[in-house]
Design a protein around this ligand. Structure first.
Ligand SMILES: [Zn+2]
Ligand SMILES: [Zn+2]
Length: 77
């Protein structure tokens, strides 16, 4: 994690909220819900909680793991 990202991470508590949408302070992408933003923020905090049980590769989002299973291990899909 770079110092810049760390600074963003520390400011995570006061997300920018505009018209009911929230903006990632790190990459400035906007999301309609705080929960969606928090899922997105894992990209910046490297919280990879979804792990492929076949090859051990880890992913931030469940959908990424599913896409990985489909493309890399179609026999298990
Ligand atoms: Zn972001
Ligand atoms: Zn795998």
């Amino acid at each position: 994690m770079t110092i810049l990202q760390l600074e963003h991470f520390n400011k995570f508590g006061d997300d920018i909220i505009n018209n009911g949408s929230v903006t990632s302070r790190v990459c400035e992408k906007t999301y309609p819900r705080l929960k969606t933003l928090k899922d997105h923020m894992r990209i910046h905090t490297n919280d990879r909680r979804y792990r492929c049980h076949i090859c051990g590769q880890a992913f931030i989002q469940n959908c990424s793991l599913k896409a990985h299973l489909k493309s890399q291990h179609p026999e298990y899909g």
